[in-house]
Design a protein around this ligand. Structure first.
Ligand SMILES: [Zn+2]
Length: 322
């Protein structure tokens, strides 16, 4: 069964999920999605009001909260109405019933195992295979401390690209840092996002794996005591150019200060989708108050500093690698 047929069949039998997807579709016409960035801006930022994302935005992900709740990605705890299709023999593709895009899947490991790429580096290859299998969709990974609401159960997600409007932009690429025949690592164009990030463009998965590994080692050196670097990852297979684009966003913190502020609280919890252009607001008051300036400030605050970023860039010796 292909993903579109699976998606349609799930929604046919699951009214709650169908209603939530309808809410996302309607956001384009009911005023619950607005573009903050101006015409001609090289980085688009939208804000979207979606109250069914509240549980995700406010999810408590500390170890004791996680251990005291049943894991919603484990098969035994899933709703009876939810079906799955297998992928690579070790993942299950599920329709996300609390979507933030017109199409939204969760790709969960068949085993209850932690959200960590570092323990199994082949996850990057799995992600690339997913990007190819779900061509045209954005596959993403929220690190355990960077927006994953199930840090105890390994999973990717896949969304339609309206949720990540910058991902295929031709303006993203800045200086090339490293390259081989089939993969190149770039800095982002500084005129795009309000925070620095990396882009890999590849035409071969082994080469993607190699260059990703070089970058990962340098990101890990920032804080070697962590189980893995704090990152958001996004990947898409650009069918027009037959290139796989991987975005690597190093993070300095999970929540911005305004998340905790008593006076000017904005309940915004940036994960990959926020970092790539859609700020999810689960309370209408946050949606009303969020401005382009505050959105820029939040994204800049949770990304890494330019100093830290430039240090990583300088450690990755310029030029060709094999
Ligand atoms: Zn689980």
């Amino acid at each position: 069964m292909n993903n579109d047929t699976f998606f349609d069949k799930e929604l046919e039998k699951w009214p709650m999920a169908a209603d939530n997807f309808a809410r996302i579709r309607n956001s384009f016409i009911d005023g619950h999605r607005l573009t903050l960035s101006g015409d001609g801006s090289l980085w688009r930022i939208d804000k979207m009001f979606v109250n069914h994302r509240r549980a995700s935005v406010t999810a408590k992900t500390d170890p004791s909260s996680i251990s005291s709740r049943p894991c919603f990605l484990c098969r035994d705890n899933r709703p009876d109405l939810q079906s799955s299709i297998g992928f690579l023999g070790r993942y299950e593709i599920l329709v996300n019933p609390y979507p933030l895009a017109g199409r939204h899947f969760t790709i969960a490991s068949t085993r209850h195992e932690e959200q960590c790429i570092d323990t199994d580096f082949n996850r990057i290859l799995d992600m690339a295979k997913l990007a190819y299998e779900m061509s045209g969709m954005c596959i993403f990974y929220n690190g355990a401390r960077c927006g994953a609401s199930a840090p105890d159960h390994f999973h990717f997600q896949a969304v339609s690209t309206e949720a990540v409007p910058n991902i295929l932009s031709k303006d993203l690429l800045g200086d090339k840092i490293k390259y081989s025949n089939h993969a190149s690592l770039y800095k982002n164009n500084e005129k795009t996002a309000p925070y620095p990030f990396f882009i890999i463009e590849s035409t071969g998965n082994p080469e993607l794996h190699s260059v990703f590994r070089l970058l990962w080692a340098e990101l890990k050196a920032i804080n070697p005591d962590l189980p893995e670097p704090d990152v958001n990852l996004a990947m898409i297979h650009d069918t027009e150019r037959d290139v796989t684009r991987t975005i690597v966003i190093p993070r300095s913190k999970h929540h911005p200060d305004c998340y905790y502020s008593e006076k000017d609280r904005l309940l915004i919890s940036p994960a990959t989708v926020e970092m790539l252009g859609t700020i999810i607001c689960s309370r209408h008051e946050d949606f009303d108050r969020l401005t382009l300036q505050s959105a820029y400030g939040i994204l800049k605050e949770v990304g890494i500093s330019d100093t830290q970023f430039n240090l990583v860039v300088s450690r990755l010796a310029n030029g060709r690698y094999s």
